[in-house]
Design a binder for this molecule. Structure first.
Ligand code: ZN
Length: 295
């Protein structure tokens, strides 16, 4: 069994307020529990609430958290200095993620907590924070966490958690390669060209997942003005989900300009697209506080 809980569903910047109450204003953070392991995907502002909840659940009991960072843009790491378990002696925090372009993952997390930005430095938090740059699958008991490099203006990883029966893919901040990666001479890519090949590899990574937490930050219209920004139009996210025969697609990383009513519309459009593609994927909008149980 896997339990998935959304603590932050917003992309780019936190957007609290009356118009974002239902889908939530906190930036990316998803908790997955399985076989007594606590996995967390991204440390956007949503991780603050998760940390508080873990402290009240575990009190003075030992607590181990495995935190997987997709990439180190603000909306994926900015909550970490407010993650209380990282200050408690009884907790062990493993942080996994990709390095930056010219800096280690550790250095980037340290810079975010430099004294000019934040009053506590990374080294002054709990001593048992271990930072691992991801180069191969991570194994935790019966769980395997695989990764895949996405198309984003930073090194950015998707993760796939599997317990051998159930699987969840967390893939945010991703743009389809087709249409954004140019082929020589500006020719339209053919089946054998790299952009098509890389999109196919992504679909393989998603294949048969029970739950795909997938970003769909833009409508197709919005995307036309935002090519190369590293985000997906709704159409591509849904098409990949259907091609990969995913059970359930949770639309994620909501654009700060999209209020609750707008996101409702995108969820309906996603369901209509699934029908168009003759797929069976169920589409929902990821909501802060929502829990999904994969039996
Ligand atoms: Zn983001």
């Amino acid at each position: 069994m896997m339990n998935v809980r959304f603590w932050g569903t917003r992309g780019s910047i936190a957007t609290p307020g009356a118009s974002t109450m239902r889908y939530g204003g906190n930036t990316s953070c998803v908790e997955v529990r399985s076989n007594n392991h606590i996995l967390v995907f991204d440390a956007g502002t949503g991780i603050r609430g998760l940390g508080n909840s873990l402290i009240s659940e575990f009190s003075s009991q030992p607590l181990t958290v495995h935190l997987f960072i997709s990439h180190t843009h603000w909306d994926h790491i900015q909550g970490f200095p407010f993650f209380l378990p990282a200050y408690k002696r009884q907790s062990t925090i493993h942080i996994y993620g990709p390095p930056g372009r010219d800096k280690s993952l550790e250095k980037i997390l340290k810079i975010q907590m430099d004294t000019d930005y934040f009053p506590v430095e990374l080294g002054d938090m709990n001593k048992s924070i271990e930072i691992h740059e991801v180069r191969e699958p991570v194994r935790l008991g019966p769980l395997t966490i695989d990764h895949f490099y996405l198309n984003h203006p930073a090194l950015c990883l998707a993760y796939r958690v599997s317990d051998g029966k159930r699987s969840v893919v967390y893939a945010t901040d991703n743009e389809p390669y087709y249409g954004s990666l140019h082929t020589p001479g500006g020719k339209k890519p053919t089946q054998s060209d790299v952009p098509v090949y890389l999109d196919e590899k992504f679909v393989e990574f998603l294949n048969g997942a029970d739950l795909y937490i997938g970003e769909a930050q833009y409508t197709n219209n919005e995307y036309n003005d935002k090519k190369g920004w590293g985000h997906s139009p709704l159409e591509a996210t849904v098409r990949f989900a259907v091609q990969a025969n995913v059970g359930q697609l949770a639309l994620f990383h909501h654009d700060p300009m999209h209020d609750d009513a707008f996101i409702d519309g995108m969820v309906s459009e996603a369901s209509a697209l699934v029908k168009n593609y003759q797929g069976a994927t169920r589409c929902i909008g990821a909501k802060e506080g929502m829990e999904l149980i994969l039996e």
